[in-house]
Design a protein around this ligand. Sequence first.
Ligand code: WQD
Length: 345
Amino acid sequence: MKQTILVTGGTGFIGSHTTVELQNAGYRVVIVDNLSNSQASVVDGIEKITGIRPDFENVDCCDKEALNGVFAKYPDIEGIIHFAASKAVGESVEKPLLYYRNNFVSLINLLELMPQYGVKGIIFSSSCTVYGQPDPENLPVTEKAPIKPAESPYGNTKQVNEEIIRDYINSGAAIKAILLRYFNPIGSHPTSIIGEMPNGVPMNLIPYVTQTAMGIREQLRIFGNDYNTPDGTCIRDYIYVVDLAKAHVKAMARVLDTDSDKLEVFNVGTGKGVSTKELVDAFEKATGVKVNWSYAPRRAGDIEKVWADPKKANDVLGWHAETSLEDTLASAWNWQKKLREEGIQ
Ligand code: WQD
């Protein structure tokens, strides 16, 4: 009998790739998404890739009555992966109350409904932003690294949501949870049927690189080349979104396993730090396409350098990032070309 998983934000970038991998692994998936930052056509794409159409409910997780209706309609939901959230760092500084309301209320609604419907486990989409700028001796960063004061309301919602889950479990709630702290998810599905769809001018690096390479953007600005790093540009841990999606399948099996701890935390990264300049060079090498770029002043709020020590996820989840940076960047470029072919971008 297939276990049923509720994926909130399942038509989004990471959510859609994770739904593909969950269905490939034999789970039945129910997607809940309010389409505020994604399109319903992504459901068609997931079906095209896997041959299975996930159930889809156009519901806002902040609407508790509607969310309750989803659990009542699908009473065999055993686990949840919670992606649905507002996630733009800059926007969170301009609209903090929108971020606090959306990101807290959606999670609290889910946590309150879980025991009512016998839902055993939840996987929460967290972020390496909870570490802030790790101290040099804490790089690569492990799950034991100190949590630093958030640099943005967005980052603060990730930290506080982790605490909400921790406090709820410590209060005796009959649920289990796994917190997955992502590093920088990039790339698109190898079929180019689904991928990253930024709204408007991309904030994140990879969509800006591919749109500049496509001629949609005039020039990529590399924010700062005066950091304390080998080439002066920031360092990040860029992880292929499909590898990240597979980490969720491993985590789901574990959170539904009655023998594991009630609350566990895992860093999900490659373990390799790559600078912005190194990434641009790797993109040009992987695709043969030149990127018009220049150095620009630092971007406010940027962390200088952060990359993961993924040993705990490797050993406990039995998960490893498997895809090379070049293949990952080639997938992003193939997706950008697909969007151009379809007249979307
Ligand atoms: C990466 C690097 C920039 C754009 C954020 C969130 C994180 C997660 C991923 C949601 C930085 C540089 C970027 C550009 C550049 N979001 N850059 N020129 O800031 O590491 O992480 O997105 O889960 O929580 O904080 O990602 O892609 O914006 O930047 O030089 O036009 O690329 O300075 O060093 P970031 P990013």
